[in-house]
Design a protein around this ligand. Structure first.
Ligand SMILES: Nc1ncnc2c1ncn2[C@@H]1O[C@H](COP(=O)(O)OP(=O)(O)O)[C@@H](O)[C@H]1O
Ligand SMILES: [Mg+2]
Length: 281
């Protein structure tokens, strides 16, 4: 099903993509992780940075809860070597174990951590670095948007009006930091019932369409609620590699292709150019 869109001759330019929403629980991490693996399935080399310091979910979504000894896994110039999981490099503060008690970290500490986390990782040659953004539109998100050299941001929303109002805030934050908006993903668009096979629009509204129309953005895709996808996430396997043929996986593949098409001609600096060294937190 997945065709390799990347040839060996293709030049490696890293595109950093923010997956964001003003709100928690709308599926940012789900979209970030599945987009990363869908791009990998298309042949790209991909990294995933979990920037949700207060609620890192990558270790659970990818079943890598064991703390990683970043002091041992360093390059000669002191950069962290990110672990790989099923072909995608990744980093999350959730992998630092007891070293980081993020829940009691105050704003300025988190800001400084974000800067170090972002600039001190030896990602190597990547086509895409996907950043799973923390919810909200405060200092942390603004700092991240300013330092990440983003190729663009994807906004995730659920169909209802309450989610939309928060997503609008995220959208304005990206406008303030001059970040290109790559489009909108509407998650939990409808519920596909296992027994009757019908699609139920439980939220009623079409939030993705509303947002896309209001701000002249592309609606990249509508992901249904699929019990299979939730179960797969809970067992530490993104749906795009546990079941490539289910509806959500196909939607994620379409989104990945759209993103790839949008960005393939854009240039972007490689993170290797950053010179800050990793320091103990
Ligand atoms: N399309 C979907 N179908 C089924 N479950 C989903 C879907 N999207 C998200 N979920 C589930 O909803 C919960 C919240 O999603 P998550 O990606 O962690 O949200 P966020 O990162 O925005 O807080 C998770 O348990 C996740 O597995
Ligand atoms: Mg999350």
């Amino acid at each position: 099903m997945f065709k390799n869109l990347f040839t060996k001759e293709a030049p490696k330019k890293m595109h950093v993509i923010a997956v964001a929403s003003g709100k928690g629980g709308v599926g940012k991490s789900t979209v970030a992780v599945n987009l990363a693996y869908a791009l990998k399935n298309l042949g790209a080399s991909v990294g995933l940075l979990d920037a949700d310091i207060y609620g890192p979910s990558l270790p659970l979504l990818l079943h890598t809860t064991t703390p990683i000894n970043h002091e041992e896994n360093q390059t000669k110039d002191g950069k962290m070597i990110p672990p790989s999981y099923a072909g995608v490099k990744m980093l999350s503060t959730g992998h630092f174990g007891e070293q980081l008690k993020a829940t009691v970290m105050r704003g300025p500490m988190v800001n400084s951590l974000i800067k170090q986390l972002f600039s001190s990782v030896a990602w190597g040659q990547l086509d895409y670095l996907i950043i799973d953004y923390p919810p909200g539109t405060g200092d942390i998100q603004i700092t991240l948007s300013q330092i990440a050299n983003l190729a663009g941001a994807i906004l995730v929303t659920t169909p209802g009006e309450i989610a939309l109002s928060d997503v609008r805030k995220a959208l304005h934050m990206f406008e303030l930091t001059n970040t290109e908006l790559l489009g909108v993903v509407e998650n939990m668009s409808s519920f596909i019932c296992d027994s009757c096979d019908k699609e139920h629009k439980i939220f009623g509204t079409e939030g993705g369409e509303v947002l896309a129309k209001e701000f002249h953005l592309e609606l990249l895709g509508k992901i249904p609620i699929e019990a299979k996808a939730a179960q797969s996430a809970d067992s530490g396997k993104p749906i795009v590699f546990s079941d490539k043929n289910c509806i959500s996986s196909k939607k994620f593949e379409e989104i990945a292709k759209k993103i790839h098409t949008k960005l393939q001609n854009k240039t972007s600096d490689n993170l290797e150019n950053f010179s800050l060294k990793w320091q103990k937190a």
